[in-house]
Design a protein around this ligand. Structure first.
Ligand code: FES
Length: 105
């Protein structure tokens, strides 16, 4: 299983998917830029990613706490999610997303 993680400069990296890890943890463990300053407590928005539109339905919507925290992020789009709030599962094999400046610094 894998994730496709893109950066704003167009670099694309394949990251190993591990069940029940959060997407933020998978990206960070792969050594990609991921500030995630609150460590996954849904309090900082520095794990903000743009989910590819094709994947939005499978990933699902934001929870209330996530929506509140995303209010403090930059350039929020309809496909914005906090990657610490997405738990990897088999249905997300191949999930593709782009890191935002909030996440990369
Ligand atoms: S790591 Fe802080 S909100 Fe996701």
């Amino acid at each position: 299983m894998r994730l496709i993680v893109k950066q704003l400069d167009g670099t694309e990296t394949e990251v190993t998917g591990r069940l029940n890890w959060t997407v933020m943890e998978l990206i960070r463990d792969a050594g990609l830029p991921m500030r995630a300053e609150c460590g996954g407590s849904c309090a900082c928005a520095t794990c903000h990613v743009y989910i590819d539109q094709d994947w939005m339905e499978k990933v699902g919507g934001r929870n209330d706490e996530e929506s509140y925290t995303l209010d403090g992020a930059f350039n929020v789009q309809d496909n914005s999610r906090l990657s610490c709030q997405i738990t990897f599962k088999p249905e997300l094999d191949g999930l593709s997303m782009t890191l935002t400046k909030d996440a990369t610094g």
